[in-house]
Design a protein around this ligand. Structure first.
Ligand SMILES: Nc1ncnc2c1ncn2[C@@H]1O[C@H](COP(=O)(O)OP(=O)(O)OP(=O)(O)O)[C@@H](O)[C@H]1O
Length: 629
């Protein structure tokens, strides 16, 4: 592979590795359409239309009624135009002088003009109705998707195929834009086709089957092309997912320093380009297949069309149809042909859209299934005790449990410190205590209520968490502390939290104090330092004033003054709650009433600081190592 833009490209060093190949080996790796037949696909259309109609009805009833009325009007006017064209032709090609013939045709021509005008108004109003319905529908599905992803059990994120199916569903959301338009055009073509076929059958019964034959190959071609297109899309889902993720990582300002100072720009662009090339290669490989389909079906359609014109010429030449009828038939054939082609093209487009919408629906169904269904038990406002009883949790796809048979009791007023080497299961333990994850075995009881049966919202109303990887929300300072859940109308509790983490001066110096937008990327936003962000993360946990407070490495980026202040504050408010601190700075565990040392998912040691220092176990060992540096 040619290496481009990668600064490591040097003949003496190995070339940069290409992006990881995302292969579909999971249970979602099979293209659901690979074996679908043409008829099975056509059978799908009524259900898509029904689904579209139901969704549209839910967001804009007057819009749907307007759309349907206009469709019928447009179709009826198409029939009127054709029928009166036939009448006008009979007069124009009949006997008598030219003025007489023109005079005879005039009323029919007036009706044709009026009907054509009404038809135009009908189709303009249809577009207006589509314009009303589509944005609402898109917003509705978009919000449904975001809400579904936010609401699933956290464990679902790690499940096989979740991210890929989400990506496919995202495409479904963007395709919603075409859903009403495709349905509307498909229905309009259907109605026009029925009207025109009625007229043409009246003229001569052989014309319709011949016409059908002429457009059928084009229809099959359109559906087959849609299938090839979707197959390509399906193969590219994984790579597109990784590419959009990489796009964000490569261009996100927060990581810009690391990218530049480590000379990674070239490699990131190379990775991005390699992924794009891989996607393009698959897309381009599909192009000749599509071309072959279109050429073959168009040629067949052309032959059939030639047959139709030849049949019409033969009918007129042998006197089987009168000349005025033959002339009308020419117009009718053109109209029917156009309507049939539109019918087929929009039918295929609708089918095409339906494939993406099916992905979106199946993802939403899956997300609904994976939404918490734990029970209705409610956690009391004041929590006295949290008890873990032989708790085991294994992440999906992992062989070993991350937490393996932990039993522990936490009481109100106590500070628990959790320490242990990287990967020993500390963060997972916290996720189990808060019910973010549910134990595979064993129980987590909050005042006797098993989290497996408790309403998760009632649990999370009682928790405040500073996670190890906390978010730097692109919100104002105030919302970064309240997380959009203010306790009062005034800012006093917000300033209290700001004071608790020693940020008053820094916030007062911001251009709009609490109203300052903390998003450097956005116009008018400002950026904080790493330690200041961490102080804010602590401030929002303190602001919540919940019976359970958890801090996972809360001071790793803070200066000693900040760290001292935060631990002082934690101690001061500890009497009212259960506090858990995860830390690698073992000196900080002195504030704890109880220390738990984790090792490979189990509790290796526990006790008070003074006991563990002299116990000669893992804790003493880790403390010695930290002091020997
Ligand atoms: N989302 C996840 N999916 C799969 N495995 C995970 C996930 N999160 C953690 N693990 C695994 O579970 C084990 C415990 O991880 P955990 O994050 O609980 O450790 P930790 O003690 O908090 O580590 P650290 O000190 O590095 O923060 C590790 O082996 C880790 O690889």
């Amino acid at each position: 592979m040619t290496v481009t833009d990668a600064s490591t490209a040097d003949p003496k060093t190995p070339p940069p590795p290409p992006p990881a190949t995302i292969s579909f080996e999971g249970k979602y790796g099979k293209n659901p359409l690979a074996e679908a037949s043409f008829t099975a696909m056509c059978r799908r259309l009524p259900s898509v239309l029904g689904h579209t109609a139901r969704m549209a009805w839910a967001v804009d009833r007057p819009g749907v009624v307007l759309l349907l009325v206009c469709q019928l009007l447009t179709g009826a006017m198409a029939a009127v135009v054709l029928a009166f064209t036939a009448q006008a032709m009979t007069h124009l090609l009949g006997t008598g002088t030219v003025p007489e013939r023109l005079h005879g045709a005039l009323p029919a021509l007036a009706v044709v003009t009026a009907a054509a005008g009404l038809g135009r108004i009908g189709s303009a109003l249809s577009s207006y109705a589509d314009g009303r319905i589509t944005p609402l529908l898109m917003t509705g599905t978009d919000i449904a998707l975001v809400a579904a992803v936010c609401r699933v059990e956290a464990s679902a994120y790690g499940e096989d195929g979740f991210a890929d199916r989400q990506e496919a569903a995202e495409v479904g959301v963007t395709r919603t834009r075409y859903m009403v338009q495709d349905s509307q055009r498909f229905m309009a073509a259907l109605i026009r086709m029925i009207a025109a076929s009625g007229v043409i059958t009246v003229l001569h019964w052989t014309m319709l089957p011949l016409l059908l034959l002429a457009v059928l190959p084009a229809g099959i071609g359109a559906v087959l092309s849609a299938r090839v297109d979707y197959e390509t899309h399906y193969l590219n889902v994984g790579d597109r997912n990784v590419r959009s993720m990489m796009r964000w990582w490569a261009t996100y300002a927060r990581y810009g320093d690391e990218v530049r100072a480590n000379g990674m720009t070239g490699y990131l662009i190379y990775w991005y380009r390699a992924l794009s090339d891989r996607i393009d290669r698959r897309t381009l490989a599909a192009a000749p297949r599509t071309l072959r389909i279109v050429l073959a079906t168009s040629a067949l359609g052309g032959v059939f069309l030639l047959g139709t014109w030849a049949a019409l010429a033969w009918l007129a030449a042998t006197g089987r149809v009168a000349l005025p009828v033959a002339a009308t038939a020419v117009v009718a054939v053109q109209t029917t042909l156009a309507a049939l082609s539109q019918f087929i093209i929009h039918g295929a487009a609708l089918f095409h859209t339906s494939l993406y919408l099916a992905d979106m629906r199946s993802f939403l169904d899956m997300a609904r299934e994976r939404a918490p269904k734990r029970g209705r038990s409610v956690i009391p406002e004041r929590v006295e005790e949290i008890r873990l009883d032989e708790v085991v949790y294994r992440y999906p796809g992992k062989d070993e449990p991350a937490v393996d048979g932990v039993s522990l009791t936490l009481r109100r007023g106590e500070i628990l410190a959790v320490v242990g080497e990287n990967g020993s299961g500390k963060s997972t333990l916290v996720k189990l205590i808060t019910g973010i994850l549910l134990a595979d075995k064993g129980r987590v009881l909050w005042d006797g209520v098993d989290l497996a049966h408790a309403d998760p919202d009632s649990v999370w109303r009682r928790t405040a968490l500073v996670p190890q990887n906390f978010a730097c929300w692109p919100l104002r300072v105030r919302e970064n502390i309240t997380l959009g859940q203010p306790r009062t109308y005034d800012d006093a509790p917000v300033w209290e939290a700001v004071d608790a983490v020693g940020m008053r001066e820094a916030v007062e110096n911001l251009p709009k104090q609490l109203d300052t937008l903390l998003a450097r990327e956005l116009w008018g936003g400002v950026e904080l330092s790493g330690g200041q962000w961490q102080r804010l993360a602590c401030a929002r946990a303190l602001y919540r004033q919940t019976p359970l407070l958890i801090l996972d490495e809360p001071t790793s980026q803070m200066d000693p003054r900040g760290e001292h202040q935060i631990f002082g504050r934690i101690k001061a408010i500890a009497g009212e709650r259960i506090t858990i601190i995860i830390t690698h700075r073992l000196e900080n565990t002195k504030v704890a009433d109880h220390i738990v040392v984790m090792d490979q998912g189990r509790i290796a040691e526990q006790g008070r600081y003074e006991d563990l220092v002299h116990a000669g176990g893992v804790f003493a060992d880790l403390l010695r190592l930290s002091r020997e540096r």
